[in-house]
Design a protein around this ligand. Structure first.
Ligand SMILES: [Zn+2]
Length: 439
């Protein structure tokens, strides 16, 4: 899209959400499901409303179906399900094609991608025909070097033209399934740009530990009837205090291994943003899901990623949840949004990955309100990640650097009427004074 180029260059990122779309936006869902799409005829509908105000006013308000955003229908209708699954377990070592990614992805996240270059597309198509696996390499804390970690992804749906021997591009939808590290960790730092194009790497899949009963032998068994998820949190804390009093282990050790109390704290937090019914049951999946749905700095996300034990990861996440912070522009640290305004516009959660037609994947956090953010350029409905909404580039009002997009409903009856999608890489949490005072 034109008129929007000025803002992202300062961040070192090459593009924005949209480039010109070659084909008309198709209204079929990418996965062939029966998702209703609002985008393809929304211009017509708004025109009609504008010409007939009384009819529009009489239309009943309705809330956005957040499963629409999760379907990633902007990728087009040409994606077909890729059948067959590869079984990969901890300790598995092998060679996979891999690309550098601009952030940390956690297992369970959906990865919509477009590889616009023939070289990358050819390697990916080979991988799909072999085991459907490829890797995305995570950057270090600063975002310019390889961290040595990555996430193994499995292609779920792809648009492959079987009549072409050598595809020039490929669009697909994958799912992150396992953490890995490079089998031979580099002795010197390697810039992320060395993997801007897909290259084969040797990786080893990391273990996902969850030692829930580690302290079974170090607790008062006479109190076991009082333990369990149905008991009140204060009672559970009292029991942990008693356990700690009669063993050499300090209380914080019992806190780390108390899955139920951590789950309770996580449930309470996500209830405030109406996502508590999405919490996975098992500790490993829960730890990844929470990591995906918290607004964290790149360093904190990498720290969570590097942990092998799910309970320790959850313990760290509960600490982050209790930390009071605001979201700031990464460039000038001006305040952009408050954590209480984070809300889900996708059934995948408050954070989701979306790709543009240049092949750049953005990691978007949705918020209902912002401050210190200004629109830049004209609104467009083209290739909208949220069909039914137009998008406008949003920049930090202080330093004019790109921080995300404003989305506006095309139908007056649609709720929310507007919201913002902030790029995880362009905003970062900043601890408030109250939080620092408590510590
Ligand atoms: Zn700024």
């Amino acid at each position: 899209m034109d008129g929007n180029e000025s803002d992202s260059s300062d961040n070192g990122f090459e593009d924005l959400q949209i480039v010109n779309r070659g084909a008309e936006d198709d209204d079929d869902s990418a996965d062939g499901s029966d998702v209703v799409h609002l985008g393809h005829d929304a211009n017509d509908e708004r025109d009609n409303e504008d010409g007939n105000g009384s009819e529009a006013d009489s239309e009943e308000e309705h809330f956005y179906d957040i499963s629409i955003a999760a379907s990633h229908s902007y990728l087009g209708a040409g994606l077909a399900v890729v059948r067959g699954r590869s079984v990969v377990e901890a300790g598995w070592a092998g060679r996979v094609p891999a690309l550098a990614h601009h952030g940390v992805l956690f297992p369970g996240e959906t990865v919509p991608m477009l590889l616009p270059r023939a070289h990358d597309a050819a390697l990916l198509v080979q991988a799909i025909r072999r085991d459907k696996l490829f890797g995305l390499l995570c950057p270090d804390e600063v975002g310019v070097m390889l961290s040595g970690y990555g996430v193994l992804c499995e292609v779920m749906m792809a648009g492959i033209d079987e009549t072409q021997d050598e595809p020039t591009s490929v669009t697909f939808k994958a799912r992150a399934i396992h953490r890995f590290r490079l089998l031979k960790m580099p002795k010197t730092t390697i810039p992320l740009s060395a993997y801007a194009r897909m290259r084969t790497v040797e990786v080893v899949v990391l273990p996902e530990l969850c030692a829930r009963d580690t302290l079974r032998a170090a607790r008062l068994h006479s109190l076991d009837p009082l333990r369990g998820p149905t008991h009140l949190a204060p009672v559970q804390r009292r029991l942990r205090t008693l356990d700690a009093a009669v063993t050499p282990w300090p209380l914080f050790v019992y806190e780390i291994f108390d899955y139920e109390s951590m789950r309770h704290a996580i449930h309470d937090y996500f209830r405030t943003i109406m996502l508590e019914d999405k919490l996975p049951e098992d500790a490993v999946s829960l730890s990844f899901w929470v990591a995906s749905n918290l607004a964290l700095s790149a360093a904190d996300r990498l720290a969570l990623f590097a942990v092998d034990d799910a309970l320790l990861r959850l313990h760290m996440e509960v600490h982050f949840i209790r930390r009071k912070s605001v979201l700031c522009c990464s460039s000038c640290m001006a305040q952009i949004a408050r954590k209480e305004h984070i809300f889900p516009m996708s059934s995948e959660g408050v954070h989701s990955n979306y790709t543009n037609l240049g092949g750049y994947m953005h990691d978007i956090l949705t918020v209902s309100e912002v401050c210190g953010v200004a629109p830049s350029g004209a609104a467009s409905a083209e290739y909208s990640w949220f069909p039914g909404y137009t998008w406008t580039v949003a920049v930090c009002a202080n330093c004019m650097v790109h921080v995300g997009w404003r989305f506006e409903a095309m139908k007056r009856s649609l709720r929310p009427s507007e919201f913002y999608g902030l790029c995880r890489n362009y905003v970062q949490p900043y601890d408030t004074d109250e939080a620092r005072g408590e510590q």
